[in-house]
Design a protein around this ligand. Structure first.
Ligand code: ATR
Length: 272
């Protein structure tokens, strides 16, 4: 039986073991997947110990996604662009670092919500690690434009500079929340504001008729950002779909099969 795990600190809350167990049953893959609490000062040691025990791959969550970049001996293009690794593959050639978060977000929008990104106006709120991880996969779907708005405008501008060379030239731009112009078809909240029940100060006019509003956070109740978006007519998605889809991407990377996600998503939703 091949072994996988998720590293984090804390880790008790992680839903990844439940998600991967469901994917394994569904696809008939004989794997185990466990939680591993890595010490804050020895993520590398925890990974090496798991490899020594025969581990084949791992997910990486807070606060180790940046350290995992350094630990990996090879990075996928999307992991390098994201500057963060959430999935490790332990191969004969060494440790490979990937990032499936952005692909998970895109799959949730395109497949689960049924909303095409191609040709759409996309607004990304925030410019931290969560946003950096999703820019390239969004650009690959060729939106008409992608505006990155952040409280600290300089950080959004840095992202624009980085992604101009990766297909974002003439598509990606940056601004502050107060300077957002026009309407958007897809509005994604990747700020940490929802954690403190705050809404990024954006004008309600950004929501185009029928817009999709997505918050990367999730909880039993809609986040304050989603409540705000609902008041202005948007259709809503929280981050639970992204979580389930990034796991499906990782599962596919490890096992070469793509699990169906709908049942897992609704079963997690029922337990929130
Ligand atoms: P993460 O990895 O979750 O993205 P991060 O890299 O610390 O975490 O980034 C947090 C993001 O949330 C940043 O874009 C931050 O804005 P600043 O760059 O201006 O700090 C944003 N953020 C955090 N709290 C916020 C709030 N109350 N309102 C708006 N934006 C907020």
């Amino acid at each position: 039986m091949d072994r996988y795990c998720v590293f984090g600190n804390p880790i008790a809350h992680s839903k990844s073991p439940e998600i991967h167990a469901a994917y394994a049953v569904q696809t008939g893959q004989d794997i185990s997947y466990e939680r591993r609490l890595a010490p804050l000062d020895d993520f590398a040691g925890a990974v090496r110990a798991f490899i020594a025990e025969g581990g084949k791959g791992a997910n990486v969550t807070v606060p180790f996604k940046l350290e995992a970049v350094k630990l990996a001996q090879a990075l996928t293009i999307r992991a390098r662009a994201a500057g963060a690794v959430n999935t490790l593959v332990f191969s004969d050639d060494g440790i490979i670092g990937d990032n499936t978060d952005g692909a998970g977000l895109v799959a949730d929008i395109v497949q689960n919500a049924g909303v095409a990104i191609t040709g759409k106006r996309v607004l990304l709120l925030g410019a931290g690690g969560a946003v950096r991880g999703v820019v390239l996969p969004i650009l690959e779907h060729r939106p008409a434009k992608l505006v990155i708005a952040n409280r600290t405008v300089a950080k959004a501008e840095e992202l624009v500079e980085q992604f101009a060379a990766l297909g974002g030239e003439g598509v990606v731009s940056a601004c502050g929340f107060a300077e957002i112009e026009g309407q958007y078809d897809i509005i994604i909240n990747g700020t940490a504001a929802s954690l403190s029940a705050e809404v990024p100060p954006i004008a309600p006019t950004v929501f185009a008729p029928g817009a999709l509003a997505l918050d990367m956070m999730y909880g039993a109740a809609p986040t304050v950002f989603l409540q705000f978006a609902a008041q202005h007519g948007a259709q809503l998605r929280d981050g639970l779909g992204m979580l389930v889809e990034q796991a499906a991407e990782a599962f596919n990377l490890w096992r070469g099969v793509t699990p169906a996600t709908a049942d897992v998503l609704s079963s997690l939703r029922a337990k929130l």
